[in-house]
Design a protein around this ligand. Structure first.
Ligand SMILES: Cc1cc2nc3c(=O)[nH]c(=O)nc-3n(C[C@H](O)[C@H](O)[C@H](O)COP(=O)(O)OP(=O)(O)OC[C@H]3O[C@@H](n4cnc5c(N)ncnc54)[C@H](O)[C@@H]3O)c2cc1C
Length: 374
């Protein structure tokens, strides 16, 4: 093609090529588009019109402006692990993929913040700063591949959201391309409590419907001085559920609190990260406390007292080495359970329909939950 302009039948595809600078910046052939017909929600599928790969904010803005001016529907996509179908091009949208905007732009340890591009993978942030004693708290189970842009759009949370909150609690600022292609900054230089509307809060969790996030300033935290983890096994799921509520009403806020039923434990033991669960117990609580070392043993003892009140069968509190590292590495999707439904063992409101349908289809479904602040 040297010296000759490539011909594209579709004038929009030609324009996208002109607007983007990177190598192979537009996918438009059916065989290439097939990989983008859904995200982690695989029930509905639809081919996009094209997938474009901008490399910077200016290119995102020019594509968005072009789509706006030509009445072409578009949507943003990070790693495509979303489970709510937000990145499915149900109307044949142009997919604006952010995966080439994946740089860690700045780490400011003094002010405990970092600036990333939207395609930066969640876990990489912690990996980049942990040797200095810092980490990024929001830890969805998909953190080894999902992007921080996608986390912002979905307000993602993880096992540690009970104490540390979800993504919205860790966002200090962002740059956004609005649906007409204008570029705006929200949250000036990470100053908390800016006067006016909480636009950061509005954007976080808006699933890409209000604009495309092109730069994010996040809060980073110092690793706590000490951490202890307890695994408490119960013969009834309801006993485990009541234990969770009582731990919190005792005024103890664990760093992480997660419940798994027997089938989930069997899954963990059969998969890549076995940790020696008791497979004849009906439920296990994974409880992690962190903070300063002084008083931590007493805190664990108070938790164990609550567990005993609810007939705990066995407690493992001496996890060391590899099994300990594997504890939170299940790599599957969790249900985030709000505080008002903690002691409802089967989470009846959503669980009953789920269980009925699972029984009809003879599916072995598992129950695994982490507990959120609200
Ligand atoms: C195995 C597995 C485990 C999971 N565990 C959890 C979990 O523990 N907790 C949890 O909360 N979620 C979990 N998820 C869901 C998913 O990983 C999260 O929602 C994650 O935040 C999505 O990130 P992504 O980069 O894959 O985004 P995508 O799936 O690509 O996009 C998700 C949504 O965000 C929008 N979007 C993406 N990037 C941008 C951007 N830069 N600007 C504006 N909008 C954008 C998209 O349009 C779409 O609506 C899990 C998913 C899987 C497959």
């Amino acid at each position: 093609m040297i010296g000759r302009k490539r011909k594209y039948e579709d004038p929009h595809i030609r324009s996208f090529h002109e607007l983007l600078s990177g190598h192979n910046p537009v996918l438009y052939k059916k065989e290439d588009l097939l990989a983008y017909d859904c995200d982690g929600f695989t029930i509905h599928k639809h081919l996009p019109k094209a997938v474009v790969f901008p490399e910077n904010t200016r290119e995102v803005a020019s594509i968005v402006r072009y789509c706006h001016d030509h009445n072409l529907p578009f949507l943003a996509r990070g790693a495509g692990t979303g489970l709510s179908g937000g990145a499915i091009p149900i109307n044949g949208e142009v997919i604006i993929s952010l995966v080439r905007m994946k740089r860690l732009l700045e780490v400011d340890l003094k002010n405990r913040r970092a600036i990333v591009e939207p395609g930066y993978v969640n876990l990489k942030l912690t990996q980049s700063i942990e040797d200095k004693g810092y980490y990024y708290a929001p830890d969805p189970s998909s953190q080894y591949c999902c992007t921080i842009g996608g986390n912002v759009a979905e307000n993602a949370g993880g096992a540690h959201c009970l104490k540390y909150g979800v993504t919205t609690n860790h966002i200090l600022g962002m740059e956004v391309v609005l649906p007409n292609g204008d570029i705006v900054e929200i949250g000036k230089a990470g100053i908390l409590d800016e006067p006016g509307y909480d636009l950061l809060g509005l954007m976080t969790g808006s699933e890409g419907t209000l604009g495309i996030v092109t730069k994010i300033t996040v809060r980073i935290l110092k690793h706590p001085e000490a951490k202890q983890t307890v695994l408490a096994y119960f013969d009834k799921v309801s006993d485990a559920s009541h234990t969770v509520s009582d731990i919190i009403s005792e005024g103890i806020v664990p760093a992480a609190l997660e419940m798994m039923d027997r089938i989930a434990m069997e899954g963990v033991e059969a998969a890549a990260f076995p940790i020696g669960h008791l497979l004849d117990a009906e439920a296990v609580l994974l409880i992690e406390v962190d903070g300063i070392s002084a008083g931590m043993d007493q805190q664990i003892e108070r938790i164990l007292t609550v567990c005993r009140k609810h007939h705990v069968r066995e407690v493992k509190d001496e996890m060391v080495g590899e099994p300990k590292n594997r504890l939170w590495c299940h790599g599957c999707h969790l249900t985030r359970l709000p505080r008002t439904r903690w002691s409802d063992p089967a989470d009846k409101a959503s669980g009953r329909a789920f269980n009925d349908s699972k029984n009809q289809r003879n599916i072995r479904a598992t129950n695994r939950k982490y507990f959120s602040r609200r």
